[in-house]
Write a protein that binds this ligand. Structure first.
Ligand SMILES: [Zn+2]
Length: 454
C-alpha cells in the first residue's frame, strides 16, 4: 500500500513539473549570427523614459477645460513626434514589461520562480549592444539589465531599496529623485573631460525609470489626484531633462527620445492581468530619425474610439506591440528616413527573425529522432509570394550586375576616342612638319638646282 502511494505521488509530481517544461520554457534562441544595417544611423543616442504603471488614457485624455495635464508631451505629439498605443502582453508586470521593451522578447514565465530579479536565461538587450548606458531608477528594475551586460558599460544609479521609504508619504519623490540625479549628472559631466568624451560618443543610451506613478496608483488608484498630479510632475521633469540634454549636446539634432510605460493599471489600482486598462500603454517618440505625426489625409485604421476621446484624430496614430526588437517588426511609420534606409532596416529585421527560425529548427532536428521529425509546413500563398519576390530580386540583381559589368565602359570608350584623336593629331603634325621642312631651306634647294645644272 505504501509503495502504491509513493508511486502515485511520484507520478503526480512528474506530471506537475512537466507543465513547466511544456508551457513555461524560454522562447529565446541562442547562437545566431547578429545582423546590422550598414547605413549611418540617424541618431547618436537614445533617451528612454519609462513611466511605470502609466495608463494610455491617463496620458492622452484632456482635462474637462480642453487643456492637457501633460502640456509638454502633448506639444511633442502635436508638433514634433509620432504617438500611439503600445500593446503589452500578460502578465502586465514591471519585469516582463521592461524585458519586452529593452530586450525585445516575451519573458519566460519561470522568472516568477526566481523572484523576478535574477535572470532565468541569459539574454541580449539594447543596453548590452550600446556603447554606454546610464540608468536611473528603481533597484527592482535596473540591476537585471546591468547584470546581463557583457563588459562594464551599463551604469546604474538607484536609490537604496531600504530607503524607498523616503517616498512613503509622496511617491512622486521617486521621480523627482531621478530627474535631480540626471540633471546633476549632466552638470558634473561639463567639468569631467573623460565623462564628457564618453557622452559625446555614438550608440549611447540614457534610461530613466520612473516608479512614482505606479506606486501612487497602487496606493491611491489611478483616478486619484496623487496619480494624476504625478503624471504632471513627470511631464515637467521630462521637459526639463530634454532641455538640459539638448544644451549639453549643443542642439546637434542627434538625440532620439522615447517615452512609454511598462504596463497600465486597473481602476482599483492593480495590474498583472489582461484588462485594456492594464495592457494599453502610451508611446511617444521624437527627435533624431523620428517622423512627425502631422499630415493625416486618409481615415485612420482604428475604430476603438480613442482618437475621438483623446482629441487626436488629426494626428497619425501608430500602434505597436510592446516587443519591438527580437520578436517584433520594425514600426516603419515611426521612422523619418530615406526609403533606402527603411528597406535596409526591414531586410535586416527579416534576416534576424529568419536566423532564429533556422537555429530553432536545427536544434529541434538535432534532438529529435529523424523519423519523428516533421518540418514546418509553409503556407502555399507564402511560397508563391517567395517565388515572385525571388524572380523580381533576380531581375533587379541582373540589372545591377550589368550596371557594374559595364561600369567602366563609358570611361574606356572616351579614353580610346581621345587616344585615337591624339594619335591622329600627332600623325598629322608629323606629316605637316616634314613637308614644311622641305620648303624651309631655300639654300639647299638652290644647291640642288646648281648640281643639276652642272
Ligand atoms: Zn511596473
Amino acid at each position: 500500500m505504501i509503495t502504491f502511494f509513493v508511486i502515485g505521488l511520484t507520478v503526480h509530481v512528474v506530471f506537475f513539473i512537466s507543465i513547466f517544461d511544456i508551457y513555461f520554457t524560454s522562447p529565446l534562441v541562442h547562437g545566431m549570427t547578429p545582423h546590422s544595417t550598414p547605413l549611418e544611423p540617424p541618431a547618436s543616442r537614445l533617451v528612454l523614459v519609462v513611466a511605470d504603471g502609466l495608463r494610455a488614457d491617463s496620458l492622452f485624455t484632456l482635462l474637462p477645460n480642453g487643456s492637457s495635464r501633460t502640456p509638454y508631451l502633448r506639444s511633442i505629439i502635436e508638433d514634433k513626434g509620432t504617438w500611439g498605443v503600445s500593446h503589452t502582453r500578460v502578465p502586465t508586470e514591471s519585469r516582463p514589461g521592461h524585458v519586452a521593451l529593452i530586450a525585445g522578447f516575451y519573458e519566460d514565465v519561470s522568472a516568477v520562480a526566481k523572484g523576478w530579479k535574477e535572470n532565468p536565461v541569459e539574454f541580449d538587450s539594447v543596453f548590452n549592444e550600446s556603447r554606454h548606458t546610464w540608468c536611473w531608477g528603481s533597484p527592482d528594475i535596473l540591476p537585471m539589465f546591468a547584470k546581463g551586460a557583457s563588459g562594464d558599460h551599463v551604469y546604474t544609479h538607484t536609490y537604496p531599496a531600504v530607503e524607498e521609504d523616503f517616498a512613503s508619504t509622496d511617491a512622486s519623490k521617486l521621480d523627482s529623485w531621478v530627474f535631480t540625479q540626471v540633471k546633476s549628472f549632466f552638470k558634473s559631466a561639463q567639468s569631467n573631460s573623460t565623462l564628457k568624451a564618453s557622452l559625446w560618443e555614438d550608440k549611447n543610451v540614457f534610461f530613466l525609470h520612473l516608479l512614482g506613478i505606479d506606486t501612487n496608483g497602487h496606493a491611491h488608484r489611478p483616478m486619484s489626484q496623487e496619480y494624476l498630479d504625478n503624471i504632471g510632475l513627470v511631464d515637467a521633469g521630462v521637459a526639463e531633462v530634454v532641455s538640459i540634454i539638448e544644451d549639453f549636446f549643443d542642439n546637434d539634432g542627434r538625440t532620439a527620445y522615447v517615452f512609454t510605460s511598462d504596463h497600465g493599471m486597473t481602476n482599483w489600482g492593480s495590474h498583472g492581468a489582461g484588462h485594456p486598462s492594464e495592457t494599453l500603454t502610451p508611446l511617444v517618440a521624437w527627435g533624431a530619425g523620428i517622423q512627425k505625426a502631422k499630415g493625416v489625409t486618409e481615415p485612420q485604421p482604428y475604430n476603438d474610439g480613442f482618437l475621438q476621446d483623446w482629441k487626436l484624430e488629426h494626428l497619425r496614430r501608430v500602434d505597436v506591440s510592446q516587443v519591438n526588437c527580437i520578436k517584433g517588426v520594425l514600426p516603419l511609420l515611426y521612422l523619418n528616413n530615406s526609403e533606402r534606409f527603411k528597406a535596409e532596416s526591414m531586410y535586416t529585421n527579416a534576416i534576424q527573425v529568419l536566423e532564429q527560425f533556422k537555429m530553432k529548427m536545427m536544434q529541434k532536428k538535432e534532438t529529435t529522432l529523424s523519423f519523428l521529425f516533421t518540418p514546418y509546413q509553409y503556407n502555399m500563398n507564402l511560397l508563391f509570394t517567395v517565388i515572385s519576390l525571388c524572380q523580381s530580386l533576380i531581375s533587379r540583381s541582373l540589372e545591377g550586375l550589368v550596371y557594374y559589368h559595364t561600369y567602366d565602359r563609358f570611361f574606356l570608350g572616351c579614353s580610346v576616342v581621345l587616344g585615337f584623336v591624339g594619335w591622329t593629331s600627332y600623325v598629322v603634325l608629323v606629316i605637316l612638319k616634314t613637308h614644311a621642312s622641305l620648303n624651309r631651306h631655300p639654300n639647299l634647294t638652290k644647291q640642288m638646282h646648281s648640281v643639276n645644272l652642272q
